[in-house]
Design a binder for this molecule. Sequence first.
Ligand code: IMP
Length: 195
Amino acid sequence: MPVKLVFATNNRHKLEEVSAKLDGAIELVTLHDIGCDEDIEETGATFYENASIKSQYVYQNYKLDCFGDDSGLEVEALNGEPGVYSARYAGEHGNHDANIQKVLEKLGDAANRRARFISVISLMWNGSEHFFEGTVEGTIRHERTGTGGFGYDPIFQPDSFDITFAEMTLEEKNMLSHRARAVEKLVAFLNRQNH
Ligand code: IMP
């Protein structure tokens, strides 16, 4: 019997990426599937707090095992911005094009283009909370390239590659992305629980 686990998200890109990392041992259930159409507000100051807010919301209201993830981009020359504000950096939540524009304008011609993506997962499992973190290092391109993925993918080039996340297939991005790395830790934890 697969383990049923709620993924506290309505982001179909995230769902697609995480589902592709799982084998048949874990069956993902979305917020929509459990009848939760609430837009859970991310009021925390850190990725950990925001991930926790999502998993706690589901656990408190539905008493189900679940996990939430919070993720974002940290640009070194911008003192870690956009950080926890990644989804709404330019004001409007989820306006990826405006968010990219703001990063490119603030960075200008800066020589230091180091950046990293980070993903933090908070898992509520048998009433206890567990965290898993994944990161991927890279650089910010001067302009957008590629049409795949979502968010800042068209301007993020991971180290050791000469293409952006948006030029990769989902399988390629899922070999090295921050979210993939956090999910691998989550899966390893769940596998250990089954023995
Ligand atoms: P969250 O739903 O609060 O975790 O929002 C994360 C935001 O960070 C997204 O809206 C994107 O702007 C950015 N982000 C997180 N992961 C990725 C990714 O894999 N590619 C591109 N942008 C991402």
